[in-house]
Design a protein around this ligand. Structure first.
Ligand code: FAD
Length: 454
């Protein structure tokens, strides 16, 4: 364990030549396998990118999705929002012009639902853990670990929170059973610190309790702690890993303190393997990392905490909310700031090995290549850090990482389309922003340009 609790800022080592070589290598190794499944999604992405009103309609759809009873109702909302567009882009215009009668509108809704469902198929691994299990097994076989996310966000009633918790328990049990048939994959099962669980579940605190945004945060904390404690016990009993996702600023403090406090409880001193998420788009993310490292060092748990480093998925939400309230946004407003912060945090996390296990989660080849180059520079082995991607967005990168002998993990959402709507639209919006790496790549930007220092 390092002598200092908080790692000092890393010296500015110049790794550009190694990084560029790695970025080119990973780019060349991208598998053409997934190109065929990209068509509908790429067209939807291009459409949304070209039309701010369509983007706004999709945002509204995310808000209404949790209240919809089924995909038909969801599709009706989508059709109604599309009708309100002033000058819809051509494919949308065609669909909405046809929808003049209630019958025709329902038909448009059905077309919209089919489109959304086909896009959902790219991101969602299966409607249930049982349906997803063969896909997860195949990924493992191809030397890619997985983390399963049970779709369903921002619970509205306590009964929904109970149901989500129950689904998480069931998922841990059935994934443990399914994973017994997976073949041995040494790179995925052990690092220099010790054993890595085969089963890895990502959970959302706002899905466990409806009380996180209430005026009485203590009630939300107690409710969430009750559920999370039971899940930690279950994960420990099954030797599984439990990862707590990070969400918007409204629940950030609650989630961070909740996880760190629970891990201080004596019954969790020797497990389970647990993780949390650090968002580099937050202006105060470096101070958050100080806190995480200090608390982790003080806790002296037998199993190190895993920190998944991401940029952050709620950028639009945080900037809009700040503007509405006249606040300074909690997030960087220049994309390059988020990218630079991501690189600083990458170095600090890798420097903190073995106090924490690091998982770099990004589809940006520059961010990924930087992490690999720095890990090599500080003498870490490929098994000592992890690179994570989202199913449907990082499929070709996932294969390139496995081919390069790096430890990759794919985040695999499981659930039905209505539950997945918020997730799906967030992915769509994220990748229609003109600053997104994937959007730039899809529009043909030069690789050397994309790999340039932010
Ligand atoms: C395995 C995995 C797990 C994830 N889990 C979580 C999670 O728990 N919580 C969470 O919040 N996110 C999570 N994400 C999503 C992640 O935060 C990013 O939204 C996503 O990965 C896109 O970032 P990128 O590095 O891949 O792409 P890039 O295109 O390099 O970066 C896009 C990101 O840059 C930031 N950005 C965009 N515009 C601006 C701007 N004008 N100014 C400043 N910053 C800007 C945003 O964060 C945006 O998402 C996860 C991602 C992965 C791969």
């Amino acid at each position: 364990m390092p002598d200092t609790l908080v790692t000092a800022a890393a010296p500015p080592v110049d790794l550009e030549p190694q990084l560029l070589a790695l970025g080119r290598e990973l780019s060349e190794r991208r598998s053409p396998l997934h190109a065929a499944t990209r068509g509908a999604y790429d067209r939807a992405m291009a459409l949304a990118a070209s039309d701010p009103q369509l983007r706004a309609a999709l945002f509204r759809l995310v808000d209404v999705a949790p209240a919809c009873a089924g995909s038909a109702e969801l599709a009706e909302h989508l059709a109604a929002y599309l009708e309100e567009l002033d000058e819809p882009a051509p494919p949308v215009a065609l669909g909405t012009r046809a929808a003049t009668s209630p019958l025709a509108r329902r038909a448009t809704g059905r077309v919209a639902a089919t489109l959304v469902r086909s896009m959902a198929g790219r991101f969602i691994v299966g409607e249930s853990v049982a349906a997803a299990a063969p896909v997860l097994g195949r990924l493992w076989q191809r030397n890619t670990a997985v983390t399963v996310d049970l779709l369903g966000e921002a619970t509205v009633t306590p009964a929904e929170g109970e149901a989500y918790a129950r689904r998480c328990h069931e998922a841990l049990i059935s994934l443990t059973a399914a994973s017994k048939a997976w073949p041995e994959r040494p790179l995925l099962e052990r690092d220099g610190i010790g054993r890595l669980p085969r089963v890895n579940l990502s959970v959302k605190v706002t899905a466990l309790t409806p009380l996180t945004r209430a005026e009485a945060p203590d009630r939300g904390r107690l409710d969430a702690a009750r559920h999370l404690r039971a899940l930690l016990r279950r994960a420990k009993e099954l030797n599984a890993h439990l990862h707590v996702d990070m969400e918007s600023m409204a629940s950030r403090e609650l989630i961070l303190e909740l996880v760190l406090d629970l891990l201080d409880e004596p019954e969790f001193a020797d497990g389970p393997s647990t993780g949390l998420v650090l968002q580099a788009y937050l202006r105060d993310s470096e101070e958050l990392l100080d806190r995480i490292l200090e608390r982790t060092a003080a806790a002296q748990r037998a199993v190190p905490l895993t920190v998944r480093l991401v940029k952050g998925a709620y950028w639009d939400h945080e900037t809009i909310e700040a503007a509405q309230n006249g606040w300074t946004p909690p997030v960087w407003t220049d994309k390059a700031e988020s990218d630079r912060c991501f690189e600083r945090l990458t170095r600090r996390l890798l420097d903190a090995h073995p106090l924490v296990r690091t998982a770099i989660a990004s589809h940006n080849l520059r961010s990924v290549a930087h992490a690999v180059a720095y890990a090599r520079h500080v003498g870490l082995q490929p098994r000592d850090f992890e690179l994570q991607v989202l199913r449907g967005l990082g499929d070709d990168l996932q294969d390139a990482l496995a081919a390069a002998g790096l430890r990759g993990r794919t985040y695999c959402p499981v659930g039905d389309m209505v539950a997945g709507m918020a997730y799906l639209v967030r992915r769509l919006l994220e990748n229609t922003s003109n600053t997104s790496f994937l959007a730039s790549r899809a529009s043909g930007s030069d690789l050397e340009e994309l790999l340039r220092r932010p």
